[in-house]
Design a protein around this ligand. Structure first.
Ligand code: KIV
Length: 261
């Protein structure tokens, strides 16, 4: 497996990470963004599922393999889907399948205290893992039930311990989702592997967003507070689609320029 160069706290600049589910998007991100994540958010983002619990190994394999072919420079991260790492045997078997078919540099798993043994097991098999803590979407059937964590001292300490234990078992980074700024800061200052945040403030060593949110590809769902639209693609695409439709109806398209003789 490729050496994980970028995942050091001492890396000169914060780490950037975005999702990609398709080769065309991977191609846009490669070499610009440090980490490219084939996230199981594809379940809701791409397949219109209510949550990520319906995402299968097959879906991750297909998208992971397609994205993998396009990435030459950035590091590749792949999510292990829901219920594929419930015990050590399944976790290793499924991790191997994903590694063999998609060749990611790292696998990401949603972790709670009970799942630390799984992380430790994968690390003992020389697999690079990212520990995803805080809000772990695979635990939610209904995303509207998600609430920000780290507001109470109890939650803060629980998250800090989980991050420290993730480091102790050998995770290469900790992904922090939807936690308060002071908790993210506390964790980032108290572990020596990088923290990558989504809805977890500027105090992380890196940031991740879902690419489709960044460009406002879908206007269907209300976006969380942490999402910044860098481009209103939905609006621009809508203009293009209407123009195409008009030209087809008026027989303006295809003109001679777009016609074979
Ligand atoms: O699946 C995903 O895209 C993720 C990000 C939201 C971090 O886990």
């Amino acid at each position: 497996m490729k050496k994980i160069k970028v995942l050091h706290k001492s890396f000169s600049k914060p780490i950037s990470c975005l999702t990609a589910y398709s080769p065309s998007i991977a191609n846009i991100l490669d070499g610009v963004i440090d980490l490219i994540l084939v996230g199981d958010s594809l379940g809701s983002t791409l397949y219109g599922m209510k949550n990520t619990q319906g995402v299968t190994m097959d879906m991750m394999k297909r998208h992971g393999a397609a994205v993998n072919k396009e990435i030459k420079k950035s590091l590749k991260v792949l999510d292990m889907p829901y219920k594929t790492y419930e015990n050590k045997v399944d976790a290793y078997k499924n991790a191997k399948i994903l590694l063999d078919s998609c060749k990611p540099d790292l696998l990401k798993l949603e972790i709670n205290k009970k799942k630390l043994v799984i992380l430790r097991h994968l690390v003992s098999k020389k697999i690079n893992v990212i520990s995803h803590i805080g809000v772990t979407p695979q635990s939610y059937k209904n995303f509207s039930k998600i609430k920000i964590l780290g507001r109470t001292n109890k939650e803060k300490n629980k998250l800090l311990n989980l991050a420290k234990e993730s480091e102790n078992v050998g995770a290469k980074a900790v992904l922090l989702e939807c936690i308060t700024a002071d908790t993210a800061k506390l964790i980032t200052e108290n572990i020596s592997i990088p923290t990558i945040g989504i809805g977890a403030s500027k105090y992380c060593d890196g940031q991740v967003l879902v690419f489709d949110d960044l460009i406002n590809l879908s206007t269907k769902n209300k976006k969380p507070k942490f999402v910044k639209n860098y481009l209103n693609f939905a609006k621009i695409a809508n203009i293009a689609v209407k123009k195409y439709n008009r030209e087809v109806k008026l027989k303006k398209f295809p003109s001679v320029k777009f016609t074979y003789n």
